[in-house]
Write a protein that binds this ligand. Structure first.
Ligand code: PBG
Length: 333
């Protein structure tokens, strides 16, 4: 390799922080973060989540307070997860108009719907007694039992309509059933919700990094087991494009890669192949690893948090779902 040193000196552009700011290729902006928030039925005080330091299971009232605070800081979007008091095999609380998520969505739409995008996660794992993301085709716990894809689609359609009726501006199907975006689009359109958007969890991997989230919503699969029969295998990258193309053909408005940091190659690949907005989910385990190492004094929280979020954007994500949203918004207020 020939070098034109000393004529070419890349360090010249790093000599001052103003110059570094001027030429920075990637910008983090609070307007591009989405705050994941939990609301739990049957509690009178917000409950901390041990494995997600700083994140709460909210009451309806404390959720409203949190979201107003985020809106005041310039955050433009949040995504809601409901934790019901009772679960059943179908997850029927997920489409009950008086279920906890629907009541909370109504509160949010009324209070901040004019200045924030109210998004709703659309799945049943928080609502089913077995913990899977759909209806089972056999007895729970039997190794031959799987999730019945097409029966689950009917339920997803019902949930989408319940969430849209409650005021969600976008629904975000996270169950990785084939055909889920199309089924939800049809259900929303039939109910007159033509402008309710779909943020599709398109390339969602069967990751070990969802552990703290499963504490937050109590959705560990009963009797063990995993979600590998519907979530993606982390050995596959091209397959993510198959999933993304399918979701776009079915009417997804935005697509998502999840998790984020171990999947930056997937984010970059998807970015290069689609022209819709791309989201990445910086998931619970990614957040918890950062918090745990920082709590031990092993890494500097603010530096690494900024580095991680910037890396996700640099890889090609337009928006990031992250539990760091409040921290970032407060730090940059
Ligand atoms: C499924 C869902 C999960 C997450 C978001 N939606 C859990 C799972 O698939 O097991 C994980 C989010 C996180 O870890 O932060 N409804």
């Amino acid at each position: 390799m020939t070098s034109n040193f000393p004529v070419v000196r890349p360090r010249r552009l790093r000599t001052s922080s103003s110059l570094r700011d001027l030429v920075a290729e990637t910008q983090l902006d609070v307007r591009h973060l989405i705050a994941p928030l939990f609301v739990r039925e049957g509690i009178s005080e917000p409950q901390p989540i041990a494995s997600l330091p700083g994140v709460m299971q909210h009451t309806r009232a404390s959720l409203l307070e949190e979201v107003r605070h985020l809106a005041d800081l310039g955050v433009r979007a949040m995504i809601l997860f409901g934790v019901p008091a009772s679960k059943d095999p179908q997850g029927s609380e997920a489409w009950n108009p008086n279920g906890i998520a629907q009541l909370a969505l109504r509160d949010l739409a009324d209070a901040v719907g004019d200045r924030m995008v109210i998004m709703s996660d659309l799945c049943v794992d928080e609502y089913t007694d077995h913990g899977h993301c759909g209806i089972l085709d056999g007895p729970a716990g039997d190794p031959r039992t799987s999730v019945d894809n097409d029966a689950t689609l009917d339920i997803y359609g019902r949930i989408a309509v319940a969430q849209a009726n409650a005021g969600a501006a976008m629904v975000a199907p996270s169950g990785m059933m084939d055909g889920q975006v199309g089924a939800i689009r049809a259900a929303l359109d039939n109910a007159g919700h033509r402008n309710v958007g779909i943020l599709a969890y398109s390339a969602k991997y069967a990751s070990g990094l969802y552990g703290p989230f499963r504490d937050a919503v109590d959705c560990a699969i009963r009797g063990g087991g995993d979600r590998k029969a519907y979530q993606q295998d982390w050995r596959n990258a091209r397959e993510a494009l198959v999933e993304v193309e399918a979701d776009l053909a079915e009417g997804a408005d935005m697509v998502m890669v999840k998790p984020a940091l171990a999947y930056l190659d997937i984010i970059a690949k998807v970015r290069a192949s689609v022209n819709v907005p791309l989201a990445a989910y910086h998931v619970s385990g990614e957040y918890s690893m950062l918090k745990a190492a920082a709590a031990n004094g092993w890494i500097d929280h603010d530096v690494v948090a900024t580095e991680h979020l910037t890396a996700i954007k640099r890889a090609g994500a337009d928006v990031i779902l992250t539990y760091l949203t409040r921290w970032f918004a407060e730090a940059n207020a």
